[in-house]
Structure formats: C-alpha cells, structure tokens
Write a protein that binds this ligand. Structure first.
Ligand code: ZN
Length: 189
C-alpha cells in the first residue's frame, strides 16, 4: 500500500467557477460612461509660511469634480470620500454629454458607506467633542450622583447635528431605493 495515497487526493471539484457574464448585464451601469475627473485642491497650502491666523486657511481644501468631456466643475466636496446617492449617470450642463459622476444607489452601497452617509465627519466630530468634554468633566469637577446623568445628557445633545440631518438623509435614501427598484424592473421587462 502506498503511504501517501490519501493526501494525494485533491479536492478538485471545489474549484470556483468563474462568474457568468450574463448575470452581470444590466447591473454594471458604472462602466458605460467615462468617469468624472476629481482633483484635490488646496490653494492655501503655501500660506503655512505666513504668521498669525491666516495660517488657518491651509485647512481649507476641497475636491473638485469635473466633467471628463469638457472639464466643467459640477460639484465641490469639502470632505473627502463623501457618499453621493444617484444613478451614477449625469448629463453635463455645459457640453450635454453623459458621464459617470461616481454616485451609487443605496442598495449598492457597502455597509460602511451607508454608515458614512448618515454620520458625516463633521457630525461625528461634534459628537466626539461633546462626549470627550462630558467624560472629562467627571474627572475635573467634584463627583456626585448627578455626574453620570450629565454625561448622558451632554452626549445626547452632541448628537443633535447628526439627528437634524437624518430626516433629509432618510428622504434621499428612500428616493434612491425607489430609483434602484425602478431600474431593476426596467431590466427584467
Ligand atoms: Zn461637459
């Protein structure tokens, strides 16, 4: 009996089959149009050499999104990697050509992008600031039975910016899901 007969049996049947191209048709709308150009702009970077408060302008930066056909700017983002809901297809107001503006519909977004949509960095920053201040008050001030409720109240108060935007975000998400479903139905008919 050969000693290694069992280890030589490879699980060849487990090999993954390549995904069929047929199933992807109608979904892959992102590749049909040229992608928008995006450029990071930080025009005040050189002001870091200047004295005083002018130096704060170095933090003013944005990303400009341009039409790939005529370079017309159609959007400026002050936060990197913002989530934009949309069909992905945009008609340029300047040259009238169609391009991919990088937006996606809600059901297409991975979970972390969905969270990012509801919790923009500014709101998270404000909330974080409130929580840190509240917890710090526990260590700085005299501790009594009111300390923890104050932390909870202040932390909740810090969520107001995020909560204030959530109805607007929710409306955008619902519109996006409707658009997504409508597109799916068109594909099957
Ligand atoms: Zn254009």
């Amino acid at each position: 009996m050969p000693p290694n007969s069992t280890t030589l049996a490879l699980p060849s049947s487990r090999r993954k089959k390549p995904p069929s191209d047929m199933s992807r048709k109608g979904v892959d709308h992102h590749t049909r149009y040229p992608k928008a150009i995006h450029e990071d702009q930080n025009p005040f970077a050189l002001l870091g050499f200047l004295p005083g408060y002018l130096r704060l302008l170095i933090f003013l930066r944005w990303t400009a999104y341009k039409c790939p056909h005529c370079s017309q700017v159609f959007r400026r983002d002050f936060w990197p990697r913002n989530v934009w809901l949309g069909t992905g297809k945009r008609v340029c107001k300047n040259c009238g050509q169609i391009f991919d503006d990088g937006s996606s519909e809600w059901p297409e977004l991975p979970l972390f992008r969905k969270l990012r949509f509801f919790l923009p960095p500014l709101a998270v920053g404000i909330w974080g600031g409130f929580v840190v201040a509240a917890v710090a008050s526990l260590f700085i001030g005299p501790r009594d039975e009111h300390s923890w409720p104050v932390v909870i109240i202040v932390s909740t108060f810090g969520l107001i910016p995020a909560l204030a935007w959530s109805p607007i975000h929710l409306a955008q998400v619902i519109r996006s899901i409707h658009r997504y479903n409508a597109r799916g139905n068109q594909g099957t008919k």
